[in-house]
Design a protein around this ligand. Structure first.
Ligand code: PLP
Length: 456
């Protein structure tokens, strides 16, 4: 090989076109070879096949077929969120248009740590983050890698406002990244408030805020990862105001309801938050990563200001070059905003709202199927697009075994969640192309799983 071609520049598109054909062919071949929602055979079989395809990782001399070989292997061994029986996690199928936009991001490779690496991406990010912030009643928003980074940043901004004694107070239903943020930032151990019905109990929150000295950062959840439950946000906001506590709402999952006229009322109270986490790689159908942290008081962001001469010298900033370093704790940063902007504009509020409505309706359909089935038990009517269910009278061990059999036979990807002291199967429906007949087939598979071989 001579000098390998580059992705950008005048020859970039010509160099990319045949490679894209290769990629698309490999995606088709690998997906067909898999057949189902994930590869059959379990981790050992997949690892053996990947090792064979990968061959020598860093050979002395390159292999021009590596693109086709490795993309085929990855597609064949993928858990495909576009398959209707892949419904375990908040792991959604990205929209084709968003992935196409992300290709342009990869080709142009803007880096959002300084204007001179990303002039147009800087301007686009400023427009889109402010527009999305306004949707939550906030002023500005930072682009993050997802809910985990958003929750960490929310805790960091709160600590910088209120000091290192900041106490995070969160529901027992909060995402694991919330207590982890306290650990990461060296904050006092967080206080866990009971969430007896899967949502944070406002009376117990009030009691905790009264009993435990502040300053407090209350973290509420709009769309729990396990069950899609939404905390009583207006009541929580009221208690926060009464106790002068700061409020962060983790709407990593539920934030997408903002696009839906039918469902956005479930987010009433969101506008009371100081910060809100949104993940458009969940109910926004973006390829990972597409996180945002919206911020109500832009003074909070001064804590992130950071100076280094090569990226944001004062004289450059005075001369009008946007100062980006304070928009993230990261330095090099991908223009994740491009795919988001393209999606918002291509689908519009109605298009995105229709996708949200569709997956929420699928959850209602699936819950109705489960509820009507004598051999299954439904945990609760779904709030978002998650349904917890289990075979009636099964032990937790049997529930866990059914899930693993479905995984290792490559027939379905379901999640698991603990609720009310028992283990449940979890269907997280994020695929708007799933049909009610697919849901019926999924339930039949759970009822009568294919013969499993012993998972390794
Ligand atoms: C998914 C999720 C997160 C974590 O988001 P990542 O994008 O995986 O970092 C945080 N909170 C909630 C409620 C989530 O559902």
């Amino acid at each position: 090989m001579g000098r390998p071609p580059l992705a950008s520049g005048p020859h970039g598109p010509d160099a990319l076109r045949p490679l894209l054909d290769t990629v698309l062919d490999a995606l088709r071949t690998g997906t067909a070879a898999r057949g189902g929602p994930l590869p059959a055979g379990g981790p050992g079989t997949v690892a053996d096949r990947v090792a064979r395809a990968a061959g020598e990782i860093l050979p002395e001399h390159g292999d021009p077929d590596a693109l086709h070989t490795l993309v085929t292997a990855l597609a064949e061994g993928a858990a495909d969120p576009a398959h209707p029986r892949c419904a375990a996690h908040l792991h959604g199928p990205p929209l084709a248009v968003a992935t196409a936009a992300d290709l342009a991001a990869g080709a142009l490779n803007p880096s959002l740590d300084s204007w001179d690496q990303a002039p147009a991406a800087t301007a686009l990010e400023a427009l889109v983050t402010r527009a999305l912030a306004r949707e939550t009643g906030a002023t500005d928003a930072l682009v993050t890698t997802g809910g985990t980074e958003s929750n960490q940043l929310a805790a960091l901004l709160a600590r910088e406002r209120h000091g290192a004694g900041l106490r995070i107070v969160h529901g027992a239903n909060a995402h694991h990244s919330v207590p982890r943020a306290a650990w990461l930032l060296g904050l006092p151990d967080p206080v866990t408030v009971p969430a007896p019905a899967g949502t944070l109990d406002p009376a117990a929150l009030d009691e905790a805020l009264t009993r435990i000295p502040g300053p407090h950062l209350v973290v509420a959840t709009a769309g729990t990862t396990d069950a899609g439950a939404v905390d009583p946000l207006p009541e929580i906001a009221g208690r926060c105001t009464a106790h002068r506590a700061r409020l962060h709402i983790d709407a990593a999952y539920g934030g997408g309801l903002l696009f839906s006229d039918r469902h956005r009322t479930k987010l009433a109270g969101l506008e009371a938050a100081d910060t809100v986490a949104l993940d458009l790689h969940k109910l926004g159908w973006q390829p990972i990563a597409a996180g945002l942290l919206t911020v109500k008081d832009t003074d909070d962001l001064t804590a992130l200001h950071h100076h280094t001469d090569y990226l944001n010298a004062d004289d450059d900033t005075d001369a009008g070059l946007p100062d980006l370093l304070g928009r993230s704790p990261r330095t090099s940063r991908r223009p994740d905003i491009l795919k988001i902007a393209v999606t918002l504009r291509t689908l519009g509020r109605h298009g995105l709202g229709a996708l949200v409505d569709r997956v929420c309706a699928l959850a209602q359909d699936f819950a109705a199927l489960v509820d009507a089935h004598p051999r299954f038990e439904l945990h609760a009517p779904p709030t978002l697009s998650t349904v917890l269910f289990r075979p009636a009278h099964a032990t937790d061990t049997a529930v866990a075994a059914v899930r693993r059999t479905l995984l290792t036979t490559g027939s379905a990807v379901l999640g698991r969640a603990r609720a009310d002291g028992r283990l449940w199967l979890k269907a997280t429906l994020l695929n708007p192309h799933t049909e009610p007949a697919d849901l019926a087939a999924l339930l039949t598979l759970v009822e009568d799983p294919p013969e499993g071989h012993t998972p390794r």
